[in-house]
Design a protein around this ligand. Sequence first.
Ligand code: MF3
Ligand code: CO
Ligand code: CO
Length: 278
Amino acid sequence: MVNYIEASSAPPKNTGAIRLYDAQAFEGMRRACQLTARCLDALADIVRPGLLTDEIDRFVLDFGMDHGAFPATLNYRGYTKSTCTSINHVVCHGIPNDKPLREGDIVNIDVTFVLDGWHGDSSRMYPVGTIKRAAERLLEVTYESLMRGISAVRPGARTGAIGEAIQTYAEAERCSVVRDFCGHGVGRLFHDSPNILHYGRANEGPELREGMIFTIEPMINLGRPHVKVLADGWTAVTRDRSLSAQYEHTVGVTAEGCEIFTLSPGGLDRPGLPPLAR
Ligand code: MF3
Ligand code: CO
Ligand code: CO
């Protein structure tokens, strides 16, 4: 049984009910999400071989603080960094450290800023120098997977329509969809109901309604879908060590479809070359 609740009168914890947000909330989310998008834009200028992932973390913390925002991941469930940096076969939740990025790496940087209580959650892939064609193709497939998932969002559809759109496309491209992590409701809370699976069938899951806000964040692998979490308790890697990529947007359901809150002001939230026709 799915339960929907007006967000302004909902308790400040995840009860399993799906919050429906009003126009004022959408405005708050726009601001938080645009700050996150601007930070991800700025990172495009500094990612290069030799940069330490700890330097990325410091940049994100400073960017947030300079703009009145706090990174949601800092001290979240024992996580002690301001961002996640997931390189090559790392699927997600890579912990920034003192190791340098290397030419040919692909790195996902995932930022969530909390601004005036609203959470703006987004991630993108960054090529480090020149990358191999196989890596480039994975970025294109993963970005297109996210955008096809977003295209399925409209009132009356079910969350499963998002998963079906992503899985059908990614698997037709001979890639696999990670099952162990999902998108999530977001807004006043960082991780809220409902779960947004990146696989499945269109007739599954709760119905989408105007006012819902959630992330879509498919993790797509070149090899098999299976992952394991390293001894640090966070870092998820592909079991077969194949390359993995992820793009994430925060979206709000509107009467017509959806609004992408975390769109890049600089048009930088997609793989670089060749330009995708869309
Ligand atoms: N930003 C991630 C997401 O998209 C969550 C990271 S939680 C952390 O949901 F603790 F690993 F940082
Ligand atoms: Co997220
Ligand atoms: Co995220």
